[in-house]
Design a protein around this ligand. Structure first.
Ligand code: ADP
Ligand code: ZN
Ligand code: ZN
Length: 740
């Protein structure tokens, strides 16, 4: 219809699974409007920022129901077409509202309507007088002298953030008053800001034959799509393979997107990337402030950051010229978002690599069974690094049956003796126990009362170091410990079992003169704490490390020669069909921390189930054999990757509504489904009550992805129509990674 106003299809932040039509604001024609631009629109009673998905001449709805948009915020699309398409696909594959998906891909400042422009960063550097000043002249002000020294070593100057981190602010002002230091605006991210405090860049190593083959295979695929599983034992030099590939990609004027599990846990990896290349590295992680995030995002988008390194959500970062995608530790659970928009960043990245026609490398010493299955189906190509790089040898592993043994805080006598031998040689020992706190429960020795959480079906964890506290790891509730049992008033309350705090205490008694450090979520909460602890390990102050799975993540600790796994049985009897896979991955990753340089490593695994077939296969034949056995089991049981799942979860403050809602959902599903698809449940979640809410779930299982998707597309709109749905909170999880 000529003359009728343009209609735009807009994604707005809303839990509704649809986008909305608006008229273009007056004065805008289709030459001024494109998908990917932000607009402000009236939505309900509010004015919100949305993203144009489509520009059309006709609407799907009646003209009188369409409102005009208020304003257009961008002259150019903020989100490029390929990212819009990716987000659209992800929204429909994971069945999550398109508005939430599209808007969550933007940095907060842009989501709020801010300009797509990054402010520079103020950097502080010495003036000519400051450069000439001698630290000795500040004998009575040692902090000032120290900062002066730091700035003299750092011609580029230090950013406000760096100064705050070292608590230099008060001292800085003294030097500014003296006229020795001045502030200067610089771009928000430069190559040199990467390298503060690091004298020279890292040289590349000479690749061994296996690394060389891997690099060549991937390099041959540059410019087209191919997925690779880089299956390299711990310490085999996977990072070096990534770095070589990135070098080629950058030389070709393209960008590399690297996803890692948790940047805070692996500061070493980030440093290696920053030191190898003289280019800006955009690092995207959760502790950036809004300005820093905007800066990194914009530099990725306009191509001025050749390397983009980030956690899960970085998979949606726009790239001007993508050249390669790399997922490090691809088996890691953190790539799956477990709430809200429940996507799997590895799977999204593979789709995106195909879209961008670039190779993708999935690296791990313990590839996910899904990835190995894709190799067997010839969808992914496997590249193997079978040996440790350089001179390091694989550690020797021994399993110790600790039944009938006297344990001291979970440590057997033979482990204590072995520890002493390694410590005497000046080597380091790492102890792994995947349980934080002092003890996983507290029991009354008189009447058997157990401390439980009032809001969850779970025991409270006992903490001793923090003023004798009970804390729930599921809802965060905590309460002080009373000296008496609430049931029998007896005063015989005792911690039951061990956590890392308790092991630390035993170590303090057994090895009073040996430096030790405990690394878990509790001890590393403070920003920079992890780095400080690792520094202590590297410079030898801490000879014993005790920690949880945080220690399993890619750390390179060359002087650790003994690894003790205090309790290998934890994962053997888990509720989830993935428990054995997770446990095997943890054991292999922790084992891989031993003997990573020229000194041989030893691994000591304590178990009460030395005959468990899975442990035996893993320890005698290795991860590949274990994985094959586990895959065979999955095939027989028709579990993923030999089938596809979606989990419908519902929660409420009473137990009945979730069950009622899921029963109705099941009935709708059965009516619609004439295929081989199965609906299992509803059942209560493994932990039925959490944070005061009752949880139940219904599992959908299908032989094929397309079948599952077709079913969900019909079923979910029907679920939205259920009245019962308003009495519960419900969500759908496609390809769930946790069955609880
Ligand atoms: P991965 O990521 O596979 O666990 P890394 O990439 O961290 O292993 O490498 C482990 C160690 O081996 C590092 O110290 C690294 O510098 C070293 N390394 C890697 N490749 C080589 C090589 N070709 N020659 C010598 N040392 C190497
Ligand atoms: Zn009691
Ligand atoms: Zn709780």
């Amino acid at each position: 219809m000529p003359g009728s106003p343009l209609v735009i299809d807009v994604a707005v932040p809303s839990p509704l699974r649809q986008s909305f039509d608006y008229y273009a604001p007056p004065g805008y024609d289709n030459t001024a409007l494109s998908p990917g631009m932000r607009v402000t629109v009236p939505f309900g009673r509010a004015k919100v920022v949305g993203i144009i998905l489509n520009v059309m001449t006709m609407s799907r709805i009646a003209p009188e129901r369409i409102k005009p948009a208020l304003d257009v915020l961008d002259q150019q699309p903020l989100l490029p077409a390929d990212i819009l398409k990716l987000l659209h696909w992800a929204s429909s594959y994971y069945h999550y509202p398109v508005g939430e998906v599209v808007l969550s891909a933007l940095p907060a400042l842009l989501r709020q309507g801010g300009a797509a422009q990054a402010h520079g960063v103020t950097r502080w550097r010495l003036t000519a007088t400051g450069l000439a000043a001698r630290p000795e002249s500040l004998l009575r002000a040692p902090r000032q002298a120290a900062l002066l020294g730091l700035l003299q070593a750092q011609v580029e100057g230090l950013s406000s953030n760096q100064l705050s981190a070292g608590n230099w602010r008060p001292v800085l002002h003294k030097l500014i008053e003296k006229g020795w230091v001045e502030g200067r605006q610089t771009p928000c991210l430069t190559a040199s800001t990467n390298r503060v405090g690091e004298a020279d860049s890292e040289a590349s190593l000479e690749l061994n034959a296996h690394q060389q083959q891997a690099v060549e295979a991937v390099a041959a695929a540059l410019g087209s799509f191919q997925a690779f599983v880089l299956d390299g034992v711990t310490g085999s030099g996977k990072t070096e393979v990534y770095l070589r590939l990135i070098e080629r990609v950058i030389a070709d004027g393209r960008q590399a997107l690297v996803l890692v599990p948790e940047i805070g846990l692996t500061p070493q990896l980030v440093q290696r990337f920053q030191q190898r290349f003289q280019v800006p590295v955009a690092v995207l992680h959760s502790s950036l402030n809004d300005q820093e995030r905007l800066c990194a995002w914009l530099m990725a988008r306009d191509g001025s950051a050749p390397i983009v390194l980030g956690t899960r959500s970085a998979v949606f970062t726009p790239l001007k010229r993508p050249g390669i995608f790399i997922i490090d530790e691809e088996h890691d659970l953190s790539f799956k978002q477990q709430d809200g928009f429940r996507y799997h960043a590895r799977d999204v990245a593979v789709w995106r690599a195909q879209q961008a026609q670039v190779p993708i490398v999935l690296g791990s010493a313990t590839p996910a069974l899904e990835s190995l299955h894709n190799v067997q189906q010839c969808r992914y190509q496997r590249l193997v690094l079978p040996q440790r790089a350089g001179s390091a040898q694989a550690p020797s592993v021994s399993m110790r049956d600790v039944r009938h043994q006297v344990l001291e805080g979970g440590l057997s006598t033979s482990l204590l003796v072995t520890m002493q031998q390694h410590l005497d040689k000046g080597e380091q020992v790492l102890l792994f126990l995947n349980r934080r706190g002092y003890a996983p429960s507290l029991i009354c020795h008189d009447c058997g009362w157990l401390a439980v959480c009032s809001r969850c079906d779970a025991r409270m964890v006992f903490y001793q170091q923090q003023r004798h506290l009970l804390r729930c790891h599921h809802c965060g509730a905590q309460r002080p410990l009373t000296p008496q049992c609430p049931d029998c008033a007896g005063s015989n309350l005792r911690p039951l079992g061990q956590g890392t705090e308790r092991v630390e205490q035993v170590l303090a008694q057994r090895f009073p003169h040996t430096g030790r450090v405990r690394i878990d979520r509790d001890s590393t909460r403070r920003k920079g704490a992890m780095q400080a602890m690792l520094d202590g390990v590297h410079d030898g102050r801490s000879q014993i490390l005790i920690g949880t799975q945080m220690l399993a993540k890619g750390h390179h600790l060359p002087n650790v020669t003994l690894v003790g796994i205090l309790d290998a049985d934890q994962g053997l009897f888990g509720m989830d069909f993935r428990s054995p896979e997770r446990m095997a991955q943890l054991i292999v990753q922790v084992t891989g921390r031993a003997g990573r340089s020229d000194k041989p490593g030893q691994v000591f695994i304590q178990t009460r189930h030395p005959d468990h077939p899975l442990l035996r296969t893993l320890l005698s034949k290795g991860y590949a054999a274990f994985a094959q056995a586990a895959l065979d089991e999955r095939r027989l049981a028709e579990l993923p990757p030999y089938s596809c799942m979606a989990l419908l979860r519902a929660t409420a403050v009473a137990p009945a509504p979730p069950q009622a809602f899921l029963n109705q959902a099941r009935a709708l599903g059965l009516a619609a489904n004439r295929q081989t698809l199965q609906l299992l449940g509803p059942v209560a979640a493994p932990m039925e009550r959490r944070a005061g809410r009752y949880r139940a779930q219904l599992l959908v299982q299908a032989a094929h992805r397309t079948e599952l998707q077709r079913f969900l597309s019909n079923w979910i709109p029907q679920l939205e129509g259920l009245k019962m749905g308003r009495k519960v909170r419900w969500s759908i999880d496609v390809d769930p990674m946790e069955m609880g």
